[in-house]
Design a protein around this ligand. Structure first.
Ligand code: FPP
Length: 246
């Protein structure tokens, strides 16, 4: 099944949950426009949907949840929209700092954080510190992230080690590259959810998604509630993963 269908809420097999779910939070702008609201209201609803999804998936027992919050290309959007997304991140981080310990969530950021404001960087540093002590689901927020940029960065890091004589070119294996990605310590996604009706990857986790099961749906991200997430997980559970075998 390519597209998710609006059926009754499916029964999940709790023994076969995906350990790692990734999602492109697409369709926020259209969700708002359909309601005659500004695009920024869609991002605000998208931020709520993200927080609800993280809580629900943590309750289910999913171990990793990775979302695409802001791509390296998203800077091209109008200044007001970029500002609104950064404002939502700021609000979310302040809330996370208050609640992460109680909810037992770990928070990580994938991407080049350098261009972010000092106050966002400070809040991220605080969540990193809290994450050293929490043990529940790890939420990875991809921020100023691009899959190709991530792979190029890994190549630069390995080249640097070769130039310094700490690594030989023949040591540059797939595992060596994986260790230089932002996702170095975690398994690849089992399930990638792309809402919003687009059938593309958009430079998201290019290396990590090599054997990931994809779930595409016309549902817009702000409408990805628990039932919709269940449908995505049920579709994943109906697949046979062969990893190139038979
Ligand atoms: C894509 O939808 C969405 C984004 C570029 C921004 C996503 C950001 C958030 C949900 C808020 C902040 C994040 C966190 C983690 C608190 P789109 O605007 O391209 O939708 P469209 O295709 O309908 O225009």
């Amino acid at each position: 099944m390519l597209f998710g269908k609006k059926e009754d809420r499916p029964q999940l097999d709790m023994e076969r949950l995906p350990a790692h779910i990734a999602a492109v939070m697409d369709g926020n702008g259209r969700w708002a426009q359909k309601r005659g609201m500004p695009r920024t209201a869609g991002h605000s609803a998208g931020s709520e949907a993200f927080q609800n999804a993280a809580e629900y998936l943590n309750d289910l027992g999913v171990k990793y949840f990775t979302v695409y919050a802001f791509s390296t290309e998203n800077w091209k959007r109008p200044e007001e929209e970029v500002g609104a997304i950064m404002g939502l991140l700021d609000r979310y981080l302040r809330k996370a700092i208050r609640e992460m310990t109680e909810k037992n969530i770990r928070l990580c950021f994938f991407g080049d954080l350098e261009p972010l404001s000092d106050s966002l960087k400070q809040l991220i540093a605080e969540t990193n510190e809290i994450s050293r002590h929490t043990t529940g689901m790890q939420v990875n927020v991809c921020l100023n992230y691009g899959g190709r940029a991530e792979i190029a960065r890994a190549a630069r890091l390995l080249a640097q080690e070769c130039a310094e004589g700490r690594l030989q070119p023949e040591d540059i294996t797939e595992a060596a590259i994986s260790r230089k990605l932002y996702s170095a310590d975690i398994p690849d996604p089992d399930l990638m959810i792309r809402p919003g009706g687009e059938l593309r990857l958009s430079n998201f986790l290019l290396w990590q998604n090599a054997y990931t099961e994809f779930y595409f749906t016309d549902t817009l991200w702000p409408d990805m509630d628990e039932a919709e997430l269940d449908r995505a997980i049920a579709a994943y559970q109906s697949r046979k993963r062969r990893y190139g075998g038979i």
